[in-house]
Design a protein around this ligand. Structure first.
Ligand code: ARG
Length: 278
């Protein structure tokens, strides 16, 4: 493959000007209310942006006061070709983001599909394209309802593989599951029920599965931004980095402590806007 001939991916990020933890809508936030170092958060976010900008084009969404979680652009919605399904959040604390996110997708030329009021879905936080096959791994159990899955399949015209999340620390699929270039998968098996593990094992051959342990999972190793062979993440153990290297992946560790206090890390802070259909 000629890397230079490929056009660069576009990644949506939102600066943390108004980022804060002042309520707890996931287990990581509990006890961290008011404990953020905002200056450090801005530094960490800037380092992540600058690192990813080496290999992809960064598009910025304007931050807004009173929307502290807007920084987590993975939850803006899911993108597939020129279609977008903006999030309809389960926690009421994030619902004020919705009109702004929907308008953002419209203004940027996406064909937008709106969820009915009684069905929750949290965007690319819970819906990830496989990087080897043409299906969407879609989570449910905490922040997305399974009723959303059929709508996604219908609207996007793609196969949806439903994955049940079972550990409240890993409440979005992107916190414990990361499809990687070449059809690899980095994941924390402890985050899923038996049936979901069977689905994973039936679709991803053993030599392409990179299982992480609880310690790496708790460091949000699976919450990685993957662009070609590059992985941007908060922290990965030496063992995990070695295993990834064996498959040709280069790990870039970027300290994101302030975002972990909100239950998010690198991948949550990004949304890939270039997701070709099929
Ligand atoms: N504090 C945010 C929330 O609970 C974190 C979102 C993390 N996003 C993600 N894609 N996992 O909604």
């Amino acid at each position: 493959m000629n890397r230079h001939a490929r056009s660069r991916h576009r990644i949506l990020m939102c600066p943390p000007d108004f980022f804060s933890v002042d309520h707890a809508i996931n287990p990581w936030m509990a006890g961290n209310e008011g404990k953020l170092d905002q200056r450090l958060a801005m530094e960490q976010w800037t380092r992540l942006r600058d690192a990813v900008a080496q290999v992809a084009d960064i598009e910025l969404m304007d931050p807004l006061p009173d929307l502290p979680d807007l920084v987590f652009t993975a939850n803006a919605g899911v993108v597939y070709g020129n279609k977008a399904v903006p999030s309809h959040f389960m926690p009421k604390e994030r619902r004020p983001e919705e009109p702004y996110l929907e308008q953002w997708f419209i203004d940027h030329g996406f064909e937008v599909y709106g969820l009915p009021d009684d069905i929750g879905f949290e965007g690319a936080g819970d819906c990830l394209r496989d990087r080897g096959g043409p299906w969407l791994w879609t989570g449910y159990g905490f922040r997305t309802e399974i009723e959303a899955h059929a709508l996604l399949a219908d609207w996007l015209g793609a196969e949806v593989v439903s994955i049940k999340l079972t550990d409240s620390r890993f409440y979005h699929i992107d916190t414990c599951f990361c499809p990687l270039a070449g059809g690899y998968l980095m994941y924390f098996p402890g985050g899923f029920d038996r049936q979901s593990l069977q689905k994973i094992e039936s679709r991803i051959p053993a030599d392409k599965r990179i299982a992480v342990d609880g310690a790496d999972a708790a460091n949000f190793a699976c919450n990685a931004i993957n662009i070609d062979e590059h992985l941007f993440l908060h922290r990965a153990s030496e063992d995990l980095r070695n295993r990834l290297a064996k498959h040709g992946f280069v790990v870039h560790e970027i300290e994101l402590s302030e975002f972990l206090k909100s239950g998010g890390s690198a991948k949550c802070l990004s949304l890939r806007l270039t997701e070709p259909v099929g």
